[in-house]
Design a binder for this molecule. Structure first.
Ligand code: NAI
Length: 435
């Protein structure tokens, strides 16, 4: 395997005024981690538990995640529970180098994540993680599971299972399982209520719009925002854009989702038509070529294009580049493509997920990630405790684990709920109570 070095070695080599030496980076990363810890009550409760019980002892956890502060708190928790952890990024632009360095400085953790890596470095870092011979994989987008199966199948024998964070990763895993090519159990963390109903809807909605606003310094009020894909993420983006006084247009390919958007009061139309109406475009489909030549031709001067889906394939940038007479950096994180007729089409964060890859992006709000990573922590525990019960393939997160995380959060928020009575439980479970 190649020897792509951990971040602290890389920072030490390239230290300069703009690129802080490891000590500065570690201090800055520690501050970010401390801030995140203060707002992650679920991980705080689980951390107490794993510190005491050491459920992860003897395991090596290989992770490919967006390495920012809230992910860092999960990484710390896994190490405090006894695991050796090796971590890298799951996107070339989403790593916070200071957080990565602070993690790398903790006993039991090696971090290879670095912002701005090229394709070769990105995959070399995944190989370096795999050189630790993980017994558990934690992915956001499935790149690590793919690398294990394609390049290091000898690791599969000792891997007890994996966990997948996002919709696109779960889609890829299900396709792999359908082909009979997935050789160990993986939990679809994305699909469980405590993740998808909060992270995808509220997290992506808030952080995508916040990052578009920060990167452009433009308002949504009075603008037409076109949301491509009315899934969990799209719903959040649409609702929060409407909440900021934008007119929202939705594009869809799935009839029930299109109808849902229509009934919720949004204009629904094909992208080619929406292209002429929109000021800001946000893709959240998990699909490719959602905004392409036909749409570019219909857009007004000055439009802003951003992607919130996992991979950078939703906006066809290759075609846009070919069509453009000139391209230039309009602002930090904004690339302008000037057409022959003078119209400028502005693309944010190189078409990568805007809430994580923009210059000042911090990802989802911390509270939301507390829930998603609470699920990650309990499914890792489940794999270690009961891994034998799960065969190769994609598995739903057991409902009791999802509820466990919800209960921790409610307790932390001081929210009480009713308990179902025996009579109610009996009634709900019976079929013989008619009129
Ligand atoms: P979802 O499956 O609930 O929704 C996707 C929607 O896009 C579906 O309704 C589908 O019919 C629609 N769609 C597919 N192709 C389309 C096309 N050509 N035009 C218009 N609509 C189309 O998925 P979810 O959970 O909303 O995730 C969407 C993407 O966002 C995935 O890539 C996921 O991995 C990513 N994601 C990103 C996050 C972030 O932090 N930016 C967080 C969570 C998910």
């Amino acid at each position: 395997m190649t020897a792509y070095p951990p971040i602290r070695e890389q920072l030490a080599e390239s230290a300069s005024a703009d690129d802080p030496a490891p000590t500065d980076a570690i201090e800055s990363g520690d501050r970010k981690l401390e801030w995140a810890r203060q707002h992650m009550p679920i991980l705080a409760a689980l951390r107490e538990e794993v510190r005491e019980n050491q459920p992860f002892a003897g395991h090596t956890i290989g992770m490919a995640m967006h390495v920012e502060a809230s992910t860092g708190v999960l990484v710390e928790l896994l190490a405090e529970g006894g695991a050796e952890v090796a971590v890298t990024g799951c996107n070339p632009l989403s790593t916070h180098d200071d957080v990565s360095a602070a993690l790398d400085a903790i006993d039991g953790i090696t971090s290879y994540a670095r912002r701005g890596v090229d394709d070769e470095e990105y995959y070399a870092a995944i190989e370096s993680v795999l050189a630790h011979e993980p017994t558990i994989t934690v992915d956001d987008g499935m790149d690590m599971v793919a690398a294990v199966h394609e390049d290091y199948p000898e690791l599969i024998e000792t891997i007890v299972g994996g966990a997948e964070e996002t919709t696109t990763g779960v889609h890829r895993l299900r396709a792999m399982a359908d082909d009979g090519a997935l050789d160990y159990p993986v939990f679809a963390v994305n699909d469980t209520p405590m993740k998808r109903l909060f992270d995808n809807v509220h997290g992506t909605g808030e952080s995508s719009l916040a990052n578009i606003a920060m990167t452009t310094n433009l308002s949504f009020a009075g603008k037409t925002v076109v949301v491509a894909g009315y899934g969990y993420c799209g719903k959040g983006i649409a609702a929060k854009a409407a909440g900021q006084n934008a007119d929202v247009v939705v594009t869809e390919v799935e009839p029930r989702r299109a109808l849902e958007a229509h009934m919720e009061g949004y204009d629904v139309m094909p992208m080619a038509e929406a292209a002429a109406a929109g000021d800001v475009f946000v893709t959240a489909t998990g699909n490719r070529d959602v905004i392409t030549e036909e749409a570019f031709a219909n857009m007004e001067d000055g439009v802003v294009l951003a992607n919130a889906g996992h991979f950078d394939v939703e906006i066809n940038l290759e075609r846009l580049e070919e069509l453009a007479a000139e391209t230039y950096e309009a602002r930090d994180g904004v690339q302008a493509y000037e057409m022959d007729d003078g119209r400028r089409i502005n693309v944010l964060a190189e078409g990568r997920l805007v809430n994580l890859a923009s210059p000042n992006a911090q990802g989802h709000p911390i509270e939301v990630m507390d829930q998603s990573f609470g699920i990650q922590a309990v499914v890792v525990r489940e794999l270690i405790e009961n891994g034998d019960a799960y065969g190769a393939g994609v598995h739903d997160v057991p409902d009791e684990l999802d509820k466990e995380v919800a209960e921790i959060k409610l307790a932390a928020e001081g929210v009480e709920l009713d308990a179902i009575s025996d009579a109610q439980a009996e009634y709900m479970g019976s079929w013989d109570h008619g009129t």
